[in-house]
Structure formats: structure tokens, C-alpha cells
Design a protein around this ligand. Structure first.
Ligand SMILES: Cc1cc2nc3c(=O)[nH]c(=O)nc-3n(C[C@H](O)[C@H](O)[C@H](O)COP(=O)(O)OP(=O)(O)OC[C@H]3O[C@@H](n4cnc5c(N)ncnc54)[C@H](O)[C@@H]3O)c2cc1C
Length: 462
């Protein structure tokens, strides 16, 4: 939004922003920066940050709602980050790995197939050569599955791209469009992949998130908490929008209040927004909105009474022998997300679900896959050897947990050391996939950043 397009008088058009997640907050922040005050931000929850907020367990462990890392290509965002965070952040190098065939290989998978069994390497290479015989023309692909096969070939598709993407998005890739893939998936040229195999080269530098930032205190959500004061006068928490009256240009809240608008900026899920519209809505809009799909995720936070046994940031699990598609050593991002990092650490596990991939909320926390991770695959990981830290019951507010029609209203329950966060995600075909990054600082603010890579094959094992 350009400054010149804004009427900075109090009589300017009244703007209503739905949602105080990163997008809604940032819009409010920018309006205030431009000197504009005739707007409100309506947020269903009691706090800001949306999907990028953080939750604190009763005994002081901070968990993000899924592993989040910050990286940007925008100087404006970088300046804003600096302004809000000062030097209270960690700058980390990505230390991410893929667990398959009973071993870790460095992320991204497609650049590091040399770590696989030889017959699988051959299968992947032959598939890639076949796929890249013709110049890459993404316009010939109809959907994500076709793109995977056309870009990576049958071997990489079979062993990683298809199972992993199904596990993340809880939808078969053929039901997803290909546009969102953008910069988020490495599409390495055949020369590079072959070179890595033949020259025995480890290739870990790819990607927009090879380095990333993380708030020192308060988890990912801290960044957005620090934006809040800039929009405090306009912020209306616990203000869930029930419907939008197009004819009278007003937003109706669940508690009966209404807010008139001249300009509406919505960050609530698009499919729900469209079903909330009262008035004349073109058929094509309703039809297209009804075609949007979403998946949900269970986020299980584990607090462990032991010093962290690993230097990793996060690990991908494409195989179907464990429930999670990603584990994050969250306390490696900042030691301050646990009460005492010298004797405690924390892990986030992400488990997606949908009609295509049902997961029982009642049993997800106790899924034997967690133990399999620690016992079978790691030869006895210390993941569960540490004494469990706490028992807690955490609730996600209804606004998040029950917002979606057809998505079960959930009460978050934690058993043992695990906290369960459950909320719907509407991200299929809209948002893309790899969230990742490198490694723990374990250092004080302002201390030099070390970029060590851990090369051990199974460093989670004791
Ligand atoms: C598991 C996971 C990992 C991620 N990792 C990364 C990462 O590493 N790096 C990164 O940059 N991004 C990451 N993201 C993406 C990031 O979380 C989102 O891009 C970001 O939160 C989007 O912000 P938003 O404000 O558009 O939407 P949201 O965060 O969804 O915020 C929408 C807000 O609207 C509110 N709302 C909804 N309905 C209503 C209603 N009816 N009335 C009023 N308010 C309403 C919600 O409560 C919420 O606060 C990740 C996302 C997930 C799920």
C-alpha cells in the first residue's frame, strides 16, 4: 500500500480488518505507520499472532503451533523485525535432515540422494534423467503429482516426494495444484544431483531458509506480540466475525455487535468468509470457494527433563512408520523456550489429518510411533529416556479450534509430557510446504553464531 493512496484524515474510509494474525496485524501496523486511524482489527481469539502464535504450558514450556522459522526477501520486513526485536533474537543455520531407510540424510533430499542405498540411488537417478530429458515446462503439468513426476522422476517421487507431501498436506498430490510450489521445493538440475552422487558431495546450502531468525524469548509468537502495541487502540480481541452483510456494508460479530465498513480486509479462511457473506455473491465465487480444501494438524509438544541430545533443528519423516511428518527440536532455536535449557529440552511433532488421512485425536498423543522413533529407529533414543517434565491440559480457544464447519471442536489434552495442540489448517493448494532451517545457537544474545553441521548418522541416539 502506497502512502499516497491513503487518506490520512479521520474522515477517510472506515477499514475493518478481520483477524490479528501476521497479515491483519501487519496491515494495521502499516496503516498506523501512515498515520491512518480510522480502522479496527477484529480478532476472534484473546491474543494476536494467529497460526504464528505461541502457547505456554503451565510449567513454562513455550511451544509454537508447528515449527516456524523466519526468513525474508523484503527489506521492509527486515527493518520491521529489527525494530521490534532489537538484538533479542537468535540467528541460526539450518540443520535439517530427512529420516528414511534407517538413516539421516541432509535436507534437501533431492540434493543428497547419495546417502541412500545404492539401488535406490540408481532408481532416483534414472528417473531424474528420464524426467529431465525434455526442457522443463511447468505449464504442461495439471497438478502437483504431475509436477513431481515431471520434475523429479519416478524414483524420487516414489521414495520421497509423493509420500512426504501426502504426509504433510494429508491430501494426495494429484488433488493439489502446482502453483504454490514456487521457491519452496528445490528443483535441482540433473548435473548437480549427478555431481553430488559421483563426487560424493554433501549439498545442504539450498533454499530460502538456509539461515533463519527466531525470537530469543516467547517463541515465534513474540514477534507478533511486539506488534500489538502499535495497533492497540484499534484492536478488538474476542471479536469473532459471524457474517458479513454486503448490502449494508457491516460485519456482524458472534456476540451481536456490528461494525460498519467502507473497506473490508479479511484474513479469515477464505472458504469460511464466503459462506459467511450475506447478500449477492456471484455463483462462481461460491462455487470456487466450495472447492477449496484444507487439512488439519495435531501439534504435539514434548518437554523432556534432560539436556538436548541433538544439535538438529528439525527432521522430516516421509515414511509411513511414524505418525509425524516433522519433528523440531524447538529448544535448539532458543534456550529460553524451556525453563532451564541446561537440564531440559523440547520437541514439537506435527501430524496432519484430513478425510484422506484420518488420525484419531484421542490417541495421537500416545501413538506408538513416538516410541518407535525412539526405540526401533534410533536404537534407543534419549527422546523418551529423560523424565517427563510435566502433565498439563492445554486448550486452544474455540475461535481457532472450532472455527471450521466440519472440523471437530477440540479440547487439547496432554498426557505425560506431551501437549496436544490441534487446529485446522487451510493450506492445501494455497500455502506451500517446507518450513525449515538450521541449527541451534545455544548461546547468549549477541554472542557469535556458530554454524556447525552435525554429521553423525543418528545423533538422537544416546
Ligand atoms: C505448521 C506450520 C508451520 C509454518 N511454518 C512457517 C515458517 O516456518 N515460516 C513462515 O514464514 N511461515 C510459516 N507458516 C505460515 C504462517 O503461520 C502463516 O503464513 C501465517 O500465520 C499467516 O498469517 P495470517 O494472518 O494470514 O493468517 P492466520 O495466522 O491464520 O491468522 C488469521 C487470524 O484470523 C483470526 N480469525 C479467523 N476467523 C476469524 C473470525 N471469524 N473472526 C475474527 N477473527 C478470525 C484467527 O484467529 C487468526 O488470528 C507455518 C504455518 C504452519 C501451519
Amino acid at each position: 500500500m502506497m502512502a499516497s493512496s491513503i487518506d490520512t484524515t479521520a474522515d477517510g474510509p472506515r477499514i475493518v480488518i478481520i483477524g490479528a494474525g501476521p497479515t491483519g496485524l501487519a496491515a494495521g501496523y502499516r496503516l498506523r505507520e501512515l498515520g491512518y486511524t480510522n480502522f479496527v482489527v477484529l480478532e476472534a481469539r484473546h491474543k494476536v499472532g494467529g497460526l504464528a502464535s505461541s502457547e505456554t504450558s503451565p510449567n513454562g514450556f513455550i511451544y509454537d503451533i508447528g515449527g516456524h522459522v523466519l526468513f525474508s526477501h523484503y527489506p521492509y520486513f527486515d527493518r520491521l523485525f529489527d525494530r521490534l526485536m532489537g538484538d533479542e533474537y537468535q540467528e541460526l543455520l539450518r540443520e535439517s535432515w530427512v529420516w528414511m531407510f534407517d538413516r539421516f540424510l541432509p535436507y534437501p533430499f533431492q540434493n543428497n540422494i547419495k546417502f541412500l542405498p545404492k539401488d535406490v540411488v540408481l532408481e532416483c537417478l534414472l528417473g531424474l534423467i528420464e524426467a529431465q530429458k525434455e526442457p522443463l515446462d511447468k505449464s504442461r503439468f495439471e497438478n502437483f503429482e504431475e509436477l513431481i513426476l515431471g520434475v523429479f522422476g519416478r524414483g524420487i517421487a516414489k521414495h520421497f516426494m509423493m509420500p512426504y507431501n501426502f504426509k504433510v498436506w494429508a491430501h494426495p498430490p494429484r488433488l493439489m495444484n502446482k502453483e504454490w510450489i514456487g521457491e519452496r521445493v528445490a528443483t535441482p538440475p540433473i548435473e548437480r544431483v549427478l555431481g553430488n552422487v559421483i563426487l560424493d558431495r554433501e549439498d545442504v546450502s539450498w533454499g530460502p531458509n538456509a539461515t533463519f531468525k527466531y525470537p530469543r524469548y516467547g517463541g515465534t509468537g513474540e514477534l507478533f506480540c511486539r506488534m500489538r502495541p502499535y495497533v492497540e487502540d484499534q484492536l478488538r480481541l474476542c471479536s469473532a466475525v459471524a457474517s458479513v452483510d454486503l448490502k449494508h456494508k457491516r460485519v456482524c460479530l458472534r456476540d451481536g455487535r456490528t461494525e460498519p465498513y467502507d473497506v473490508l480486509l479479511s484474513t479469515m479462511p477464505l472458504d469460511i468468509l464466503v459462506t459467511s457473506l450475506v447478500g449477492e455473491v456471484p455463483d462462481c465465487v461460491r462455487t470456487q470457494a466450495a472447492r477449496l480444501r484444507h487439512s488439519g494438524s495435531y501439534i504435539v509438544g514434548v518437554g523432556i527433563e534432560q539436556e538436548c541430545p541433538s544439535a538438529k533443528c528439525w527432521m522430516y519423516f516421509p515414511e509411513d512408520n511414524c505418525p509425524f511428518y516433522r519433528l523440531t527440536y524447538l529448544s535448539n532455536y532458543s534456550p529460553d523456550v524451556v525453563p532451564d535449557a541446561t537440564s531440559q529440552y523440547s520437541i514439537l511433532a506435527e501430524i496432519s489429518h484430513s478425510v484422506h488421512k484420518p488420525v484419531s485425536r484421542a490417541t495421537v498423543v500416545d501413538d506408538p510411533g513416538f516410541d518407535q522413533y525412539s526405540n526401533d529407529q534410533r536404537g534407543g533414543s534419549r527422546l523418551h529416556r529423560g523424565r517427563v517434565s510435566h502433565r498439563a491440559r492445554l486448550h486452544l480457544p474455540d475461535a481457532v479450534a472450532g472455527a471450521r464447519r466440519g472440523t471437530e471442536r477440540r479440547t487439547a489434552v496432554a498426557r505425560g509430557a506431551r501437549h496436544l495442540f490441534a487446529r485446522p489448517l487451510r493450506r492445501v493448494a494455497v500455502r506451500g510446504g517446507e518450513h525449515g532451517s538450521l541449527r541451534r545457537a545455544g548461546r547468549g544474545v549477541g554472542e557469535p553464531h556458530t554454524a556447525r553441521r552435525s554429521r553423525e548418522r543418528v545423533d538422537v541416539a544416546g
